[in-house]
Design a protein around this ligand. Structure first.
Ligand code: FES
Length: 162
């Protein structure tokens, strides 16, 4: 069992403030989950029962929404977040090959974070750049018509080796 830190306590306070801000809003769950992730970078497991109680939902309902949407993270991300679009238009333009290349260049599998915490690699489902597929994001900056060479340059800019 781990000892709570002052960071845990600060995170708890932020979660409580966000719950209080959103709890009366109709359909509060999604906006609240977005707000928690925007504030902390992920949705801590301990937030689930608090959110469920505040919104009169079951833990399973809250957990189900978090796991249904790929956008939500249950663990902290790495210092850099690489997202490769795997939705239909990007799939048709080589997204699978890009993702495989990213796994190799970054030294971590899709949905995972490197052991050194440098990079998280996430498949995502449409970045709104379908007409310029394949698309990806690096630290929320979008890139369109991504080539293997461009992906290699972006990966090198992160200073990690596989
Ligand atoms: S399908 Fe990839 S950006 Fe829309």
């Amino acid at each position: 069992m781990t000892t709570p830190t002052s960071q845990d306590s600060a995170d708890r306070s932020r979660i409580d403030a966000l719950i209080n801000h959103h709890r009366q809003q109709p359909g509060a769950l999604l906006p609240l989950l977005h707000a928690v992730q925007d504030a902390l970078g992920f949705i801590p497991q301990e937030a689930v029962p608090r959110i469920a109680a505040a919104l009169n939902l079951s833990r399973a309902e809250v957990h189900g929404v978090i796991t249904y949407y790929h956008h939500f993270r249950s663990k902290p991300a790495g210092r850099h977040v690489v997202q490769i679009c795997r939705a239909e238009a990007c799939q048709a333009c080589g997204a699978d090959a890009l993702l495989a290349q990213a796994e190799q260049l970054l030294g971590c599998k899709a949905h995972e974070t490197r052991a050194d915490g440098a990079v998280t690699l996430e498949p995502v489902y449409c970045l709104g750049l379908c007409a310029s597929s394949p698309a990806m994001q690096l630290n929320e900056r979008p890139y369109a018509r991504v080539t293997p060479q461009q992906l290699q340059r972006l990966a090198q800019s992160l200073g990690v080796s596989a």
